[in-house]
Design a protein around this ligand. Sequence first.
Ligand SMILES: [Zn+2]
Length: 465
Amino acid sequence: MRTLITNGTIVTADGSYAADILIDGETIASIGHDLAGGGATADDTIDATGKYVIPGGIDVHTHMELPFGGTFAKDTFESGTRAAAFGGTTSIVDFAVQSRGASLREGLDTWHAKAEGNAVTDYGFHMIMSDVNDDTLAEMDGLVAEGVPDFKLFTAYPGVFYSDDGAIFRALQQTAGNGGLIMMHAENGMAIDVVAAQTVAAGTTDPIGHGLARKAVFEGEATNRVIRLAEAAGAPIYIVHLSAKEALAELKAARDRGTKAFAETCPQYLFLSLDDMGNGFEGAKYVCSPPLRTQDHWEELWTGLVKDDLQLVATDHCPFDFHGQKELGRGDFRKVPNGLPGVEDRVDLLHDGGVVAGRISKERWVEIISTAPAKLFGMYPHKGAVAIGADADLVVYDPNRKRVISAASHHMDVDYSCYEGRSVQGASDVVLSRGSVVVRNGEFTGHKGHGKFIKRSPADYVRIN
Ligand SMILES: [Zn+2]
């Protein structure tokens, strides 16, 4: 199968130019002017006149089918990757979970079983470590070798995913030796639990209490602490879902002193705020951790993206229905399942709020949604690039088409949208995964099981700015 994409503007992290792309099988075979005129033939031709052609989006933070708070995140690998594809994202990296007392292997096998034969686009895994002990530390080396080179630990959620400083430090020492990367959820969970209990005792049980108890300073403190532990261990570190300017200041200071510290933020921290968590129990729709912050954090995070102190934007996609799932927390915000849907909206929100709003260039947009995630998570240049030999994960993107985000039209398996009614400029017209068209003009043309496991390499930090 050969596909020709003609007359588009190829947009990459490095620059933009007009050219055609010839895809042969699963990879890009040729890039150049008027390939058909030069004799190239194809089974399918996609006219990209007036459109961008970009590398498919890569979302390195999703939770499909995650067990949490007595229920499960609703999207499966099938529905979640399908929704991602509609939104121009052709690869996800999801978090496999080690259950307390079980091995990393058992957790990873469980996640492979969820995804294999079900995902419609490619997927990789990071590993959540719930126990740090001699056995799990030894297992980390094997996972790095088989393409799962990142491990997530938490300073939050005491009694569930929480690791103490000694455990985090041991894991960092292990990655200093094996080339892996520790990813941290950095909030001071111990202190948060104290304030959350006091908040409930004082009579605030609505979801707004979640946002008030999880103070930004608790994220700043934990971010500094884990970065300092990484410096002591001589290991790189990655902060997931950085939401607060206090945390950004610690990250920036670390990078300024030469530390290999990296971070993502998420659309919800750029476009939503604590105000969304008011309005009684409706605020449960916006309960995630770290919580939504006040609006004065927004511009600081955008500046972080402009200056590359923040390298990329991922979603932390973890959808729970408002009815029946979020409602588990009626009367006590601590029982609301934490997480928001978002995998489908990231590319368009960042185009609209970033490129159209004049905050970032279209090249930087491609970098933060695709190329930087590919580099930092060991997929580049197979993913995240428009280059000969790269996987033909491509999106023909209309930068002018406007649409309104709504639960009535989205493809995520969840009964509400955090962005209900928001108009965005920019939308994916045609989406290809390894050379196969999976979405075309609003219709799904892919199939379950097309997605393959991405065996990733440890990141080569020499290449990362
Ligand atoms: Zn997460």
